[in-house]
Unconditional design. Structure first.
Length: 212
């Protein structure tokens, strides 16, 4: 099998890149991640060289190029079915796909007003009415998933799934911007932060930021 190569953006900023990185790590697939630093004079050229969309992340697997976070996660789930990146039960799997798609398509105000930043704390910033409404909806999703399908582990559907990869960057945002959370949501954020892959990503993000 050809090696997987995941092109990612600046690690302390690129929330979309973090998502497939976590899925690939959970599936234990050998993968090289290559960072394209954003906001540099050559960034656009490097992005277009790696990705037909001119955006990251993009996964290269031999001759195959996949340039969307959720599509990459779906492909990884097919490459490594034993990793259980979707719940086995059809009804729960449908719910996991629904909440993943909602994150993929929505929450524009939260993205705009509380962008991911893994190296600097901004407590109280970005707390616009629209962003807090998005945050409230996210936490409603977390509580609902945990209440209905959270047995067997600390993640949204018990064991780690693509849904957790999709919501992991939001977990970091809630910490960065000091969003108030109840005990259920705080425990979920703690579970995301405890992932070895999340900790590795944070270390890389801090090291790269310190080097610039």
């Amino acid at each position: 099998m050809p090696a997987l190569i995941l092109h990612v953006g600046t690690k302390h900023l690129s929330s979309w890149s973090l998502r497939p990185y976590l899925a690939i790590a959970h599936a234990r697939l050998p993968c090289e991640d290559r960072t394209i630093v954003l906001d540099r004079p050559d960034s656009r050229a490097r992005l277009l060289e790696a990705s037909p969309s001119g955006r990251v992340p993009v996964l290269v697997h031999g001759d195959l190029v996949i340039w969307d976070s959720l599509a990459i996660c779906e492909y990884v789930a097919e490459l490594a079915p034993a990793a259980g990146l979707w719940p086995a039960a059809p009804a729960i799997r449908a719910r996991a796909r629904a909440v993943s798609a909602e994150m993929h398509a929505g929450f524009a105000a939260l993205r705009r007003d509380m962008p991911m930043d893994l190296v600097t704390a901004h407590p109280g910033e970005g707390h616009t009415a629209d962003a807090l409404a998005d945050a409230a909806r996210v936490m409603e999703i977390w509580r609902d998933c945990r209440a209905h399908a959270g047995d067997g582990g600390p993640f949204l559907f018990g064991a780690f799934t693509i849904a957790d990869a999709m919501y992991a960057p939001v977990a970091t945002r809630f910490q960065t911007y000091g969003v108030a959370m109840d005990d259920v949501c705080r425990a979920y954020v703690d579970a995301i932060e405890a992932l070895p892959a999340m900790q590795a990503w944070r270390r890389d993000a801090r090291a790269a930021a310190a080097a610039t």
